[in-house]
Structure formats: C-alpha cells, structure tokens
Design a protein around this ligand. Structure first.
Ligand SMILES: Nc1ncnc2c1ncn2[C@@H]1O[C@H](COP(=O)(O)OP(=O)(O)OP(=O)(O)O)[C@@H](O)[C@H]1O
Ligand SMILES: [Zn+2]
Ligand SMILES: [Zn+2]
Length: 805
C-alpha cells in the first residue's frame, strides 16, 4: 500500500503530495484523510493522506511513514477532494485548506488516551500486561500492539481514543448548593430565624418551595435571591445547606430551553417557496435558490421545514448563520423544532467543545449542523440541503488564508451531494442578486411580513437642519420625543450607532459635504498621525482643511462618536430608562452577548443601543421604534461596497420593529438625506437599490461586472516591498487588455495601516474580466516570487476581497 501525503509546510515547492510506503501491519489503520507523521528530508513532519494507491511514479525505494497520528479520520473523502479544488480556486496551499478544515483541538497540544470499554475482551486480545485500568496512554498501547490491531479494537468498540488538551482545564467545575434538611427541618429552621433576617429566610424559603430541586448552582441562587456570599456562608455554618463541585458537562446546548415548537402552517408566499425548493430536495438537484424576503417574512420558518424534509428522507442538513446571529434565540428555534441530533458550532465554544461537536457529526449522531462560517466544512455525510442565512454578510468570507467564501464552498458541496443550496436575505449581496438576474440562481420573493403588517414607515431626519446646540448630544428633538413616547407606553426602542474601525471621515456640519478622493469616488480618511486626509485606493492625500472646501464654513470636523458616548447621553436625557449597550466592548466576555439580549428581551431594559451586531435576526415583538443615530458612519467608509453595506444595515435594523402586533416606526438621522442609499432605505426598496447600484458598479468597473483580486506584498523592508509591488504591476500590466477594458490595475497603494508588526504592506487591486488568464499569470507570479520569501518579501493573493486594507 502506498499513500500520497500532503506535508504541513506551506510553501510553493511542496504544494503537492509525496508518496510513502505503508508497513503491512498498519494498512487497516490508514484511511483517506488520516493524519500521519512522515520522514521528510531529515525532519519528521505531519501530513494528510490524500490518496491511497498501489502505484508510484517515484523511482527508487519509498520511505515508510513514521507513525499514525489518529485512529479516527476527521476529513472524509469529500473534504479531501474539496481541499484540492479550493487550493486551486483560491491559489493557496493545499495544506492551509486541509488545516482550516480540521477541528482546532488537533492543532493544540493534547494527550491521546485510550478508554477501555470492555476490559474482559481487551485483556483477552492484548495479553497479560494489562492491569485492568479503565484508560491507558495511547503510546503504551502502541508499544504493545500494531496499528492494525488498535484499529480493530476500536472498530469492535472495545476501546475508544480520546483527546485531552494539555495546559487547559478541560473539565470546568461549578459550585452547587443543596440542602440536607427535609421540609420539616427547613420549616423548623425558618421559625427560629428572626423576621428581620429576610435574606436568611429567603434561602430557607427557596428550598422549602422548591423541594423538587436537588441542587442549584451557587451563582444562580445568589442572583435569584439577591443574597451575598456572606449570607450563603452563614447558611452553611448553620448547616442548612452544603456546597459541592460539579463538572460542567461540555454541551453547548445546555442553556437552551427545550420547549417543543412544532411547524407553523405556512403562509401563501412561504408555501410557494417551500414547494419549489422541496422539489429540489426530493429530486436531489443541486439548484441554488435566492430567497429575497423582507425582514419578518418568515424565512427561518421555511428553512426549518425544508431541513425537516431532508431529515425525513434520511439526509442531513447544514444551516449557516453569521456568527453574530448565532444567538440563543436562533439556536433555540432549531433545537425546539428538532430536539436532538443537532451540532452547534460557533466561536464561543472552547476548542474541546468544538471537538466534541465534531465527533458527534462524524459518528452520525448529529445530522443537523448550525454554525458560523467555518462550519461549512462540517464533515456531514449525505447532505440533503445547505442553507446560508443572511447570505450578504461579509463575515462569510474568511479574511486570512485560506481566503474562502462560505458561499463558494457551499456551491461545491451542493454539487457534490446533489442537494439544493438556499441563500436567504432581505438584502442579498449584489453578486448573488445579479446571478439570480441572469438565471444562475432561482429567485424567490417574499414581499409580505408574517404579521400581515406593512413595513414600518421611515422618517429621515436631516441633521444639517438641526441646530448645532441641540445636536451637541447627537440626538435630534424628533428622535428624543419619540423615544420618550415609547418609554411612556412601556414599549421598547432599538438604537443603532455603528461606529467601527479606527478611521474617521471629515464632514461639514453646515452643508453635509464629505471630502472625497478626486480620482476614486471614495471618501478620504482622516489620519491623525500626520493630520492628512488620505485616499485608501490611490495615493491621493491633502492636509486636513480648516474650512469646508464646498461652503467655506468653519464647522467642518472629523466625525465618529461611539456607543459609549451615546449611552451616556441617553442616561442624561432619560434618567428613568434602562439602556442595554451592545458592542465589541460589552460582549467580549463569554456569555455576555446572551446576557444582554436576555436583559432586553425580558423587558428589564427599555433601550437596546448597539453597533451593527444588533441589526440582524433579533425578533422582539415589543420593539416599536428603531433609531439610527448616524447613518453616515458606514456610508463614508473608503470602500466601493460602502453604499451596499449601508443599505443592508439600514434595512436590516429597520426590520427589527413592528414584528409583532404593535406597529413599528423608524427614524434615520443623516447629514446626507438626499443620498440614494438613504432614499431607497426609506421605502425598504431593495429592488430599486439593486438596479441603481448595479449601474454605478457598471460605470466604475467594479463587481459584479469585474472580478477583483487584491495582491498584497509585505516585508519588513519598505523598499523591497514597494519594489516588488511595482515589479508585479509591470508584469501584469497589459495595454491591450486595458484598452479593451478587460483589466485594470490600481496601485500599488500603501495599506490603511501601513505598518503592522513592523511589516510594510503594499496593495495592488486587479479588476478583470477573464479569470483564467489572470489566474495563470498569478500562478507564475507565485512561482517566481517564491525565492523572494527567503529575502523576507511575501506575496498574498486575495480573490474577491471584502475589504481593501
Ligand atoms: N407561517 C407562520 N405562521 C405564524 N408565525 C410565523 C410563520 N412563519 C414565521 N412566523 C413567525 O414570524 C416571526 C418572523 O419570522 P422569521 O424570524 O422567520 O422571519 P425572517 O424573515 O427570518 O426575519 P429576519 O430576516 O427579519 O430575521 C417569527 O416570530 C416566526 O416564529
Ligand atoms: Zn483615490
Ligand atoms: Zn460645507
């Protein structure tokens, strides 16, 4: 037996497989996708088996593999094939793709432990050295018996092999409280406790009233009864209660309530979508559907019923949602529909938890996977449907190597499994909507909300007309009045203040003028460091002006006020209101995101204020007002997708109101009330926005009319990096293609943050029509620049980048 192995060295010269011999008594332990250690040069390297064969083109004696790393395979045949495709498609190293597919635990330091499930049979097979332990180190077993024999024991379920991360508390514990007293004893204690010691009494009363509960987590009890540690300790001293430690079971669904939630009777539009797509599920057709459905049109319900259909047919289902919408609310909807067999994958899980979920998928225990971007690699077999919710989200594109887009991977897997792919959004990406336009995707419209209510009216506030003195706090009198009204009615408010990134832009408060690059149709970014306004696409720059270049007003200033400032202002104006602030700062700690959402959904707070993370997916029926503090923040980012993103954001956040029985209303504050994005958002008019924006992209030669690729050259030596960037431009430049409008090269530009970790970055942006030619040229470039890496100059390729710096 011969195996082809891809080695874990990300370099062009070794970006292929190498042949190794497999010793006879290892053969049944080696499978496609196995991780092995092999001799390579004079080193020992890790690799993946990507093919098993009997032939080799290698002349001479093949070296045998050194050892087997796992007796489980984490990558199935499909994923191995996919890695080959992606490496070529993305022009990256195959090893990077294979590693991205692997659960991250396997990249950490871990111990492999053999768990012995059947000691009798085990000792029969391995002999007398075995001392009846329940587990032994894998190395110990490997010294005694062959890999084939181990593999056989595993197959017969006599053993299993578990991985435990080293240097990490794999098993966390929590402190639990229970009482050893019976009801009478508790009552007795209560009688003896003074009426004034109401905290003490609260503890006793809790256990009297909750006889059924065996124990409760200490922290839960403390919050519920509002008692302190000291109170708990004194109750322990009185021997009313005792504490003990309990393992935290690694189950990411543990906090999700398990009510059942049966299918809803679909409304006409939903039914139509369901009928169309379910045909593709039944007939195993790899069609792609784009569901363009207004916010609150019940897309999720359609997904759930389609997933159910696939499951009924014995197939599995994959649901991708943006990381930030992987909220308990979303997970709960899936869990309460299907109860079991669900794996949830998101970044909040520890690597051990993720690994456990991965195992359940491989073993076929979980046939439904719900997860963020990387779960597109979930090793599901027999996929019956793939769904990407909020398909326009930029987080579906991985920003580091391998720079894949989940949508592309999903398309490939959909073909592989002959399963339909569903893309859903109220505001599809221009790329997807354009594909539907030309018939590559089936387009399904959902124009009505489930609650049969009209879309909420949108009020545009022209901030240039609001007196300066009034807006010192960034809230217009109209918005203040409307918030007050909701507070009075005990209804809830969602406020968006999307300030992100470090850069701010320059805005005239008199006339709304925003400084733009004269060459690029993109706003200039203020760089504090040298007090310059800079273009991030070309190298245009000019000093920060002291008055507005358009109206000469001195009221021109850099803009950008964060959520924290707004929260303070709100507390000043509405002292009676409780504000929940949600942004990267307040949600960094694990579980915090959910806690804040709970605070708002339970009605403990009146106003939910946050960055874009509050704009999507939330379904709270008591929200009757949505306010956008400053719609211009995202509009003026230096990116040709700024308009698209702003439209999406405004439409999504507007969709958070009027979802229940109460009518909703939206207020958008802006300094650019006439801007087409604002105008289309006012009428929730995606279709006309799409047409307008397509024209603009056509005029400026951007996607979806052109392919884009970002080439980044980096080095610690500024001169070498810039030199190579100019060389590459010269190599790629083709006057003939440019004349035919087939290829444009923009740059080289210094990156936004020109120096990161002492590395200088230079970007070239390619816009082109013919993918094959450019990719071939880029391949040559990668080959030729390989030796530059030894001189400390690196070239990176990012196809269809989502951000440009
Ligand atoms: N056929 C139906 N009958 C009754 N209620 C429904 C039906 N379909 C969906 N719903 C309910 O309507 C609400 C909105 O549906 P859902 O969240 O699926 O919409 P959506 O299109 O995914 O929204 P968004 O894009 O704004 O997140 C939910 O509370 C959902 O349970
Ligand atoms: Zn420019
Ligand atoms: Zn002005």
């Amino acid at each position: 037996m011969i195996v082809k192995v891809v080695i874990d060295i990300p370099a062009k010269q070794v970006n292929r497989s190498f042949d190794y011999a497999v010793p006879k008594d290892w053969e049944s332990a080696i499978k496609l996708g196995s991780r092995v250690q092999v001799p390579f040069g004079n080193m020992k390297r890790t690799g993946f088996v990507v093919d098993i064969t009997d032939e080799t083109e290698f002349n001479g004696k093949l070296k045998p593999i050194h050892s087997i790393m796992d007796y489980d395979v984490f990558l199935n045949e499909e994923l191995i094939e996919l890695s080959d495709y992606l490496a070529e498609y993305l022009q990256c190293f195959r090893i990077s793709v294979l590693q991205a597919m692997l659960p991250s635990l396997l990249k950490a330091k871990y111990d492999a432990i053999v768990q012995i499930h059947d000691p009798v049979q085990f000792s029969e097979k391995v002999g007398s050295w075995y001392q009846n332990e329940t587990s032994i180190d894998r190395k110990v077993l490997e010294e005694r018996i062959s890999p084939n024999a181990i593999s056989q024991l595993k197959k017969e379920n006599i053993i299993s092999i578990e991985y435990q991360v080293i240097n990490q508390t794999t098993q966390k514990t929590k402190t639990m409280i229970k009482t050893n007293l019976n009801k009478d004893q508790l009552m007795n204690a209560l009688e003896k406790t003074s009426q004034r010691s109401f905290k003490q009494r609260a503890i006793l009363e809790y256990f009297i009233n909750n006889q059924a509960i065996e124990s409760i987590e200490k922290s839960t009890l403390m919050t519920e009864l509002e008692v302190s540690n000291a109170t708990i300790n004194s109750a322990i001293d009185k021997e009313w209660i005792t504490t003990f430690k309990e393992m935290i079971y690694r189950d990411p669904l543990k906090d999700v309530s398990f009510q059942t939630n049966s299918s809803k009777t679909l409304l006409a539009e939903q039914q139509n979508a369901y009928d169309l797509i379910s045909q593709s599920v039944d007939n195993k057709q790899a069609d792609t559907y784009l569901i363009e459905g207004v916010t609150g049109s019940g897309k999720t319900e359609i997904y759930l019923q389609l997933m159910d259909r696939a499951l009924q047919q014995g197939k599995s289902a994959l649901l991708l949602v943006p990381e930030i919408s992987l909220t308990p609310q979303m997970v709960e909807r899936v869990v309460s529909r299907f109860q079991t067999g669900i794996a949830v994958l998101h970044s909040g899980l520890s690597i051990t938890e993720k690994y456990d979920e991965w195992q359940r998928i491989i073993k076929g225990e979980a046939k439904i996977v719900v997860g963020a971007r990387s779960s597109i690699f979930a090793p599901l077999e027999n996929i019956g449907i793939i769904i990407i919710d909020e398909e326009h989200e930029t987080t579906y594109k991985q920003s580091d190597n391998p720079r894949y887009h989940a949508r592309d991977v999903a398309r490939w897997r959909s073909e592989y499994h002959d399963a339909p792919l569903i893309l859903g959004s109220a505001t599809p990406s221009l790329e997807s909507r354009a594909r539907a336009q030309v018939g590559n995707y089936h387009l399904i419209h959902l124009e009505n909300r489930v609650n049969q209510m009209p879309m909420p009216p949108v009020d545009i506030i022209d901030m240039t007309q609001v007196e300066l003195r009034e807006t010192a706090n960034e809230l217009s009198p109209e918005l203040i009045e409307k918030i007050q009204d909701r507070l009075d009615k005990k209804e809830q408010v969602v406020l968006l203040q999307n300030r992100r990134g470090y850069a701010s832009y320059l805005l005239c408060r008199e006339c709304g003028f925003i400084m733009q690059c004269p060459r690029c149709d993109i706003s200039l970014t203020y760089h504090k460091f040298d007090n310059q306004m800079k273009c991030h696409y070309c190298d245009y720059h000019e000093p920060l002006p002291t008055q507005c270049p358009s109206c000469q007003s001195p009221h021109i200033r850099t803009h950008g006020i964060g959520t924290q400032k707004v929260a303070e202002t709100l507390e000043e104006i509405f002292p009676e209101a409780k504000v929940t602030r949600m942004d990267n700062d307040t949600t960094r700690r694990k579980g915090q995101h959910q806690k804040l959402l709970d605070e708002f959904s339970s009605g403990q707070s009146n106003i939910l204020l946050g960055t874009q993370m509050i704009a999507k997916g939330l379904d709270f029926e008591n929200v009757t007002l949505v306010g956008v503090i400053n719609a211009d923040t995202a509009l003026n980012l230096p990116d040709f997708r700024a308009s698209e993103r702003t439209f999406q954001l405004l439409t999504q956040v507007s969709g958070r109101t009027g979802r229940g029985r109460l009518a909703g209303e939206v207020v958008i504050q802006t300094y650019n009330p006439e801007h087409y994005v604002i105008q289309f958002a006012k009428t929730h008019d995606y279709e006309n926005f799409f047409r307008f924006e397509m024209k603009r992209r056509h005029l400026t030669n951007y996607p979806p009319y052109y392919f884009t690729t970002l080439l980044t050259v980096s080095s610690k030596h500024q001169g070498r990096a810039s030199q190579l960037a100019y060389d590459l431009k010269a190599q790629l430049y083709n006057p003939e293609l440019e004349r035919k409008e087939q290829l444009y090269i923009i740059g080289p530009n210094r990156n936004n943050i020109s120096k990161i970790n002492n590395y200088y970055y230079f970007n070239l942006l390619l816009k082109y029509k013919d993918k094959t030619t450019i990719q071939r040229q880029l391949d040559d470039i990668l080959n030729n620049t390989q030796q530059k890496a030894t001189q400390g100059v690196y070239v990176n390729i990012n196809h269809e980048p989502q951000y440009f710096s």
